[in-house]
Design a protein around this ligand. Structure first.
Ligand code: ZN
Length: 161
């Protein structure tokens, strides 16, 4: 079975930056599942996996505009602790969600925790990076109706609910 729209794909991956440093990897873990054609993974990787089958390996280079976007300047803000929600851990690297005045939810990342404030950045930590993926396809199956309705994979490695 080949990878095409609405297929559930399980794959192993190693992600490196331009300098060859490993940023992320499924090495030693279960393969990562996603539903093809549902924007579960970055667009530049998804389009290169189209048509592959179980056992196929591929190296994919993804430019920032097809990855996590270009890095935007002036996208940081410093928020004093007394204006920062108490229930959110003050932890560098943590992704949080903020709500704009028109009710849209958007992600922010905590990039620095200072003595009395946190620094938030609207850039994804990998924004501006060219991504180098080495992938191996482990399993391809049809998504079931519920998975398609939810837009994500259920079961091991996916959503459990
Ligand atoms: Zn679900």
């Amino acid at each position: 079975m080949q990878i095409s729209a609405d297929k559930v794909v399980y794959f192993h991956y190693t992600l490196r930056n331009d300098a060859g440093e490993v940023l992320d990897s499924s090495d030693g873990m279960d393969p990562l599942p996603y539903i093809h054609g549902h924007a579960n993974i970055v667009p530049g990787l998804e389009k290169e996996l189209e048509g592959l089958s179980v056992g196929d390996k591929k190296s994919v280079k993804v430019p920032p505009e097809e990855g996590y976007g270009e890095r935007q300047e002036d996208a940081t803000q410093e928020v004093p602790f007394d204006e920062f929600p108490e229930e959110i851990p003050r932890e560098e690297g943590l992704q949080i969600f903020a709500e704009s005045p028109d009710g849209q939810h958007f992600p922010l990342w905590i990039t620095e925790v200072k003595e009395n404030s946190v620094v938030l950045d609207a850039n994804h930590p990998l924004a501006g990076e060219t991504l180098h993926f080495d992938v191996e396809i482990v399993e391809v199956r049809a998504a079931d109706e519920e998975e398609l309705a939810h837009g994500h994979v259920h079961g091991p490695g996916g959503h459990e609910h």
